[in-house]
Structures are given as C-alpha cells and as structure tokens.
Design a protein around this ligand. Structure first.
Ligand code: NAP
Length: 489
C-alpha cells in the first residue's frame, strides 16, 4: 500500500461526524492507475446511508445557519490552514489514487486550500440590498442558504473540486453531502477529515463514497437535498437535471467541453505551442477545459505542428508519484475509451503526427497523440475524448474559424492566439463559451467565474459568482403605516 494511503485515519463513510462502513457492508475498490493494483477499499454507500448523511447534514445546517458569519468565515479559513499543513500528504494521496503527476497534484491541493481562504473572506460580506419603493414601505433583501447541498464530483480533480464546491456552500451557510467518483475517493475522505480537525461542526460535511447508482442517484433524488452541484459528463448531468426537476431542486452543472484554440498567423507560435501543449496534455487531457481541438490558420499549420511535436516528444512518461509529464489515465474504462478514439484516427487516414499508440506497461498509459488535418465533422473533432489526444484543423478565413469553434453543443472554454488586440477582442465577443483565453490557456483562477455556455453547463463555479448557487434571495416588505394603496395605486 502506498504510504500516503496508510496515513488515512479511516476510509469509512463520514456521516454526522461518525466514521462507519456501509450499512450493508458493501465496499468498492480503488486502484493505482499506474499499476492497476488495488490501493484501498472504501464503503459503497447504500440508499439508507445517503438518508442518514442527508439527515445529519440537515441537523448540522440549523446550527451552522445561525452561527454568525464572521465565525463561519474563521472556521472555514481554518480548513485552509489544515490543508496547507497536510498538503504534501494530500498531494501524494491524490497522485496515487488519480494517477496525475505529483507536481500537478500539489498544485491542485494548493488550489483547494485557496478556495477555503478565498471564500472564508466572503462569509461576512453576503449582503442584501435596500430597495427604494417609496415613503410608505421599507423593502430589503436577505440572502439565505438553501439548506443541504448535495455535491457529486468527478475523478479528474477530486480534491480540488471538493474544495471548489464545499467552500462556497459552507460560507453561504449550507451543510453538504459529498459523493466523490468511485475511481478517486481518497482525497475527499481525507479532506473531510481535515474539515473536522479544523473544528467544523459534526455533520456539516458528510461523505458518502459509492457508485453512481445507487449512491449518486440516491443523493440526487433525495427530498432532503435543497441544492445540487454536479461536475462530470453531459449525459449524467442531464440525468441529474431531470431528477432534480421532480422536486424543483436548483442545480449547478459543470459539464464537458470540446475547446477550440484558434491560432492566427500573427501569433507568437512558440507561446501558442507551449500553452496548447499544456492545455491538452496536463492531467493527460482529462480536463473539461482541455485545449483539445486546435483551429490553426493554414499558413502556419505546419509550423505550429512542428513546435507541438518537439514539445511532446520530449515528454517523460511514468507513474504520477515519479512526477513525469505524462501519467496514466485514471482507469481501464477511460483507457479503453481513449484507445478507441486513437484507433479511430489511425483507421480513418488522419495524419498521425506523433503518438498514436497505447503504452505496453502495467497501468493505463497511452502516448500523447496529435492528429492533424482532421475533418471538422469527424468524431475526433466533435467529441470530448478526455485523454491526451489533440486534433488540429486548418482554416483560411476568420469567419470560418469562428463558425467551427461555435459549431458544437459545447461552450466551455476557448483560446485565441494573435498579436492583434483588436482581432482578439472581436473574437472574444463572437465565441460562444463561458471562458475565453487570449494568448494563454487555463487563465482562470479561484477568483474568476468558470462555467459553460450551451450544454457545457449551468451556473458558475469559482469567484464570487459561485456563491449565487448556494444562496437564495428573500425580499422583505414592511409597511410604514399610511400606505394602504395597492401596487400601482
Ligand atoms: P460521470 O458519469 O459524469 O461521473 C461523474 C460523477 O457522477 C461521479 O461521481 C459518478 O459516480 C456520478 N454519477 C454517475 N451516474 C450517476 C447518477 N445516475 N446519478 C448521480 N450521480 C452519478 O462521468 P464518468 O462516467 O466518470 O466519465 C465519463 C466521461 O465524462 C469522461 O470520459 C469525460 O468525457 C467526462 N467527464 C467530464 C468531467 C468534467 O470535469 N466535466 C469529469 C469527469 C468526466 P461514479 O464515479 O461512481 O460513476
């Protein structure tokens, strides 16, 4: 067993401050993606366990909601301190369980601490408005938490996304029940322990590990859940939205993308190639905001490709804990999915500029791969692969690039590479995406709102905007005496 795993106090469920196995004793294995060897067993929570977790959260919510905002902020800030104090251990745990290169896991964990710091400072600034309705009435709004937030997270950034959802939910005054992905539960378990160590009340943060069904589904359809936050695939996101519709539960969905990087002839091609390689090959492409399709002007297509190939062929491959450039994919299932796309490229006569093979070693490794001159309607150009596979397409006119960029139902992020500021600004207006980067990729921070247009999602994570998902507005109208007139009177 990896030493980082043996440091976990327990891998049990965390419900109402208690560690316990699943009520029916069921477990699920999590593996090391670099070896495909088992790493740990965690409980597979039953519907009854989800009931208990939601009840515990509801109980904790009452006390938390009436805790003064400054005290809420102080306690949430202590979580950040705990995370920073345990950052090395958390990063090793994440790298072992998810497979990502250690330095990327370290960065994710620092980002997780930062979410708790950032939102802690907002706890006592969630102000309402005073609305001038005339002399006979006082009117103001109050921003109140929903109650219990159900959070379903994916396997690509488990620890970081735990923090991204839990920190604003708590600061707004909600309690949470978190269901991590079955492939990567360990950092969530540890982070919830650290929330307890920081002094958050029992039951405020609950963790139910388990499968999508029944555990995730039981959480999504639970009538004690007042708000749902989901990050993952479009089909599961749609299913959660349908489920939530029955009880009119608000949802925040951060779904996938097929994100265009548009490169113009006047771009600094070295800079563009560096950012695009980082954008697609970080976390072996398992990122919703990966730069997974490059639209490059035909006059610089080959020059850009040469630069990309040079970068990629220098990459080291290895287990996450060895901190290579390229680690394994998270699971056998994801490996098979990515291998199918690679095979599709190879069998469809697309130019394989580099890579194009799986790597014959234990674990789930594939070569970083670039397919060039891909048809705009092909699956490689239109579908989210979620692996280290880049498709390049060339264009001749700006309008053609914009049309290709906006052609899909996705609209998560996009990038524009040009030295012409006017062109860059025009493009930022024309592109249908929630985030546009100019001459860089991954430009967002904890402080900036992130989310999708079209089928890439609803609502925003990060930044102060994320708090909107966890707050509802109450309007209070107070009569001052004489004002007996009806509205409009
Ligand atoms: P997924 O099905 O969307 O899983 C995301 C989360 O939803 C996991 O915790 C999952 O639990 C849970 N879940 C699954 N079915 C559920 C249901 N019926 N009700 C409630 N929760 C449910 O994604 P996936 O199957 O792991 O990955 C498939 C593809 O999704 C990837 O290849 C990639 O294209 C995309 N993806 C996108 C993101 C993103 O950041 N937008 C992240 C991960 C994956 P289990 O893990 O137990 O199934």
């Amino acid at each position: 067993m990896d030493d980082s795993v043996s440091q976990l106090d327990s891998t049990d469920l965390l419900i109402g401050g208690e560690r316990r196995p699943a009520s029916d004793g069921a477990t699920l294995p999590t593996e090391n993606p670099a070896t495909a060897e088992p790493l740990a067993e965690v409980p597979a929570a039953s519907t009854a366990d989800v009931d208990d977790a939601v009840s515990a959260a509801r109980k904790a919510f009452r006390g938390w909601h009436s805790t003064s905002p400054d005290e809420r902020g102080r306690l949430v800030h202590r979580v950040a301190t705990e995370i920073r104090e345990h950052a090395d251990e958390l990063a090793r745990l994440e790298s072992a369980d998810q497979g990502k290169p250690l330095s990327q896991a370290e960065s994710d964990i620092q980002g997780a601490a930062r979410y708790f710091e950032y939102y802690a400072g907002a706890a006592d600034k969630l102000e309402g408005k005073s609305i001038p309705v005339g002399p006979d009435q006082v009117d103001y709004t109050v921003r109140e938490p929903y109650g219990v937030s159900g959070q379903i997270t994916p396997w690509n950034f488990p620890g970081n996304l735990f923090a991204r959802g839990v920190a604003p939910a708590l600061v707004a005054g909600n309690a949470v029940v978190v269901k991590p992905a079955e492939q990567t539960p360990l950092s969530t378990i540890r982070l919830a322990e650290l929330c307890e160590r920081a002094g958050l009340p029992e039951g405020l943060v609950n963790v139910v590990t388990g499968y999508g069904e029944p555990t995730g589904q039981a959480l999504a359809e639970h009538d004690g859940i007042d708000q749902l936050t989901f990050t993952g695939s479009v089909p599961t996101g749609k299913q959660i939205m349908r489920t939530a519709a029955d009880s009119v539960t608000p949802v925040t969905l951060e779904l996938g993308g097929k994100n265009p990087a548009i490169v113009f002839p006047d771009a600094d091609l070295d800079n563009a190639a560096e950012w695009i390689a980082t954008g697609i090959f970080t976390n072996v492409g398992q990122i919703c905001s990966a730069a997974d399709r490059v639209l490059v002007h035909e006059s610089v297509h080959d020059e850009l490709l040469d630069r990309l190939v040079e970068i990629v062929e220098d990459y080291t491959v290895g287990a996450g804990l060895e901190d290579p450039d390229i680690g394994p994919l998270v699971s056998e299932e994801q490996f098979e999915k990515v291998a199918e796309y690679i095979e599709l490229g190879r069998s469809n006569d697309v130019d394989t500029v580099t890579g194009g093979e799986t790597i014959g070693r234990p674990g789930h490794f594939v070569e970083p791969t670039i397919f060039a001159n891909v048809e705009r309607t092909s699956r490689l150009a239109c579908e989210e692969i979620f692996g280290p596979v880049l498709a390049t397409l060339s264009f001749s006119e700006t309008s053609e690039a914009v049309s290709i960029a906006n052609d899909l139902d996705y609209g998560l992020v996009a990038g524009v590479f040009t030295s012409d500021l006017t062109r860059a600004l025009r493009l930022t207006q024309q592109i249908e995406a929630g985030n546009v980067y100019v001459n860089k990729w991954f430009g967002d921070t904890n402080q900036t709102p992130f989310g999708g247009y079209k089928q890439s999602g609803i609502g925003r994570e990060k930044g102060l905007e994320a708090l909107e998902s966890y707050l509802q507005t109450k309007n209070v109208a107070i009569d001052l005496g004489d004002g007996t007139d009806l509205p409009g009177g």
